[in-house]
Design a protein around this ligand. Structure first.
Ligand code: PHE
Length: 345
């Protein structure tokens, strides 16, 4: 963490109904209102939840900027203790507390689902503030953003595969998908349909059955990153690519939706030095926010919005066609957009 706050604004509040710690972090509104999902997760301390919100909101600035959206980056976190008993009543109280806090930003922060929250939770938040994306379709929203996020990951996967293997088809490739949640499970299904051999893992042992029913192989979570494969898809929480784990990766292409995969940008250089192509997470994982905003703000049709999501593949191809690393190129893209916006009189 830097000495000076790099974020525009951060709110930390103890929810008056739930007693849970709530965080809203607004990293940047240079390109427009800050957008980013609401994460509800167990942390060792509220401070870890705050740190996560800070990192995730910064990633949203990058995600929106690289995807060409006129939105900035934000994120909210509802911090659960390791032993919080998350009853439906507590969930509702926490969402009411957060909804009230989001409302106080009067539209300069807008939320959507993330790990631990669903379109149904968005409908609860909507009772407190209009600035909520991805409501269930029966409430007039576009629903689960995990579906278009998976579509975008797939477009990135194909572009990466074309570059590395000479063909965008994943047929016959071995792919490890680390994280069998809302996005990972859909990416895994798409890969299997493409004819890939798919190994999945999740920290929740309970997901094993669902994976088996889907005809996928299981690999223990602590083995997933080091499993020998053609492609590795990080699809769970962030911070998985450390200098140590990166040294053990045995895949030629790493591309997935988990936010903030790298503990440090130098991990991308270490992977590149070993000949491993890593596609920036904030590019590959933008499908959800691209689809949602183009439909709910720009009012594109479903087909038009899906085409925009598939454009992630073109972005990835462009990043790969340069001499440096995709991360370096993507960061330049982000910096150019932010400085162009700042130079407008
Ligand atoms: N959870 C999504 C992400 O990490 C954010 C999102 C926000 C998606 C708003 C849709 C709408 O990218």
């Amino acid at each position: 963490m830097t000495q000076t706050l790099e974020h525009e604004e951060v709110a930390v509040r103890s929810g008056r109904r739930s007693g849970l710690t709530l965080v809203v972090a607004l990293h940047s509104r240079t390109l427009g209102p800050a957008v980013g999902g609401c994460r509800m997760r167990r942390y060792d301390s509220w401070y870890d939840g705050l740190a996560d919100a800070l990192r995730l909101s910064e990633a949203m600035t990058h995600k929106c900027a690289a995807a060409g959206l006129d939105f900035g980056g934000g994120k909210s976190v509802i911090v659960l203790d390791r032993d919080t008993d998350l009853t439906p009543a507590l969930r509702e109280a926490a969402l009411a507390d957060l909804g009230e806090l989001i409302a106080s930003f009067e539209g300069s922060y807008r939320t959507g689902p993330d790990i631990g929250t669903s379109p149904a939770d968005m409908a609860t938040l909507r009772r407190w503030t209009p600035y909520v994306f991805c409501l269930p379709e029966e409430h007039g929203g576009t629903g689960d953003s995990g579906i278009p996020t998976a579509t975008g990951v797939f477009a990135a996967l194909r572009a990466g595969a074309r570059h590395v293997f000479g063909t965008g088809s994943l047929e016959g490739r071995t792919v490890v998908v680390s994280g069998y949640g809302s996005v990972g499970s859909r990416v895994a299904a798409g890969l299997a349909a493409d004819g890939a051999r798919v190994l999945v893992s999740d920290v929740e042992e309970g997901k094993r059955d669902a994976a088996r029913r889907a005809g996928l192989e299981w690999v223990e979570p602590d083995k997933a990153l080091g499993t020998s494969a053609d492609v590795l898809v990080p699809a769970a929480v962030g911070g998985v690519l450390t200098p140590e784990t990166a040294a053990g990766i045995d895949a030629r292409l790493v591309v997935g939706p988990a936010n903030n995969q790298l503990t440090d940008d130098r991990v991308a250089d270490a992977l590149a030095a070993r000949g491993i192509i890593w596609i920036p997470d904030f590019v590959a994982g933008a499908g959800g926010v691209v689809y949602t905003l183009t439909r709910e703000i720009e009012h594109l049709t479903h087909e038009e919005a899906v085409r925009r999501v598939e454009g992630i593949g073109d972005t990835v191809s462009r990043l790969l066609d340069t001499g440096t690393t995709p991360l370096h190129e993507a960061k330049n893209l982000v910096a150019d957009r932010l400085s162009a916006a700042l130079s407008v009189p």
